[in-house]
Design a protein around this ligand. Structure first.
Ligand code: GUN
Length: 297
């Protein structure tokens, strides 16, 4: 079997188009322009690239983008004061504090100081609890993007066996909650899982989010399974230079799977698209307006 390639780049473009439509409706019918504030502390090069890309795409769908770039030695009190100001600002519907933060800042404290209704990352403890109890919440962007692609490919996920490899708060745990919410039988595997190959072989859906290049080989994949590869790892090429690979060994997995997301061009582009979707959802909720269909869990 040769797997169907799930094109995250094209899917993300569709999500952005939908978001832009809802933004236009909010502006025309209600005089509301959704606004997203992104806070970057320090000069981590990868974070700078992400933040630039987020700002650019926010403006492209017609929303307001507010960027706050703070020095690496910013005090916790100053950062909390900025978040308090953004929490109170009615023009700001979504707040994202780019992670990781410099070591002297308490990440949990900072994230939990964001108004949960504006927490477009879905990292606030209230949103984690709401998601875990099946209530309406803000949903972390990367798992939301994976869920959208899975629903689009399969229709219903009910009764499917899903294995999530990785137990991070950003991807693994919320991904498992979302799959459970869609009535999958969910296993969370991780670095201490015994006989990982056997666990993965049972799965109709494999979500790999461990950050280890090409860790999952094709002979772990059940024929016809769907493979969602969240990993983005840069490795050296034998002939010199580098290339991006996922957590799954693409060629061998694609030879067995029914469907697979490539790296790059799979899950990656969906993350920012879902951030924009969460911002428009937050703007609708803040104004007691009907929220867009198909852009939330
Ligand atoms: N750093 C890497 N990924 C993310 C993300 O999804 N949200 C935030 N806030 N920081 C990140």
């Amino acid at each position: 079997m040769t797997a169907t390639v799930i094109d995250g780049k094209a899917f993300a473009a569709l999500v952005r188009e939908k978001v832009a439509g809802h933004v236009a409706r909010l502006k025309d019918e209600h005089g509301i322009t959704p606004g997203l504030a992104v806070v970057l502390v320090g000069e981590d090069p990868a974070s700078q690239v992400y933040v630039r890309s987020k700002g650019k795409q926010t403006v492209e769908v017609g929303m307001n983008s507010y960027e706050h770039k703070l020095d690496a030695d910013t005090s916790e009190a100053d950062l909390l004061a900025l978040i308090d100001q953004l929490n109170k600002d009615p023009a700001v519907h979504g707040i994202l504090v780019q992670l990781p933060l410099p070591k002297h800042l308490d990440e949990d404290l900072v994230i939990n100081s964001i108004d949960p209704a504006k927490d477009v990352d879905g990292f606030h403890i209230s949103n984690v609890g709401l998601l875990g109890t099946g209530q309406k919440s803000m949903v972390p962007c990367t798992p939301l993007g994976c869920l959208m692609m899975l629903r689009d490919h399969h229709g219903s996920l009910s009764g499917m066996d899903a294995v999530v490899i990785g137990r991070s708060n950003i991807v693994g745990k919320p991904m498992a909650q979302l799959l459970l919410g869609d009535s999958c039988t969910v296993t969370i595997a991780h670095s201490r899982t015994k006989d990982l190959a056997e666990v993965v072989r049972r799965a109709d859906i494999v979500v790999a989010a461990v950050g280890r290049p090409e860790m999952v080989p094709g002979d772990w994949i059940k024929p016809g399974a769907t493979v969602i590869d969240v990993g983005i790892n840069r490795i050296d090429k034998p002939e010199g230079g580098t290339r991006l690979v996922g957590d799954c060994h693409y060629d061998s997995c694609a030879a067995v799977a029914g469907a697979i997301t490539p790296v790059p061009g799979g899950v990656g582009p969906m993350t920012i698209a879902c951030l924009l979707a969460n911002t428009v959802t937050a703007a609708c909720r803040a104004n007691s307006l009907t929220e867009p269909e198909g852009l939330t869990a």
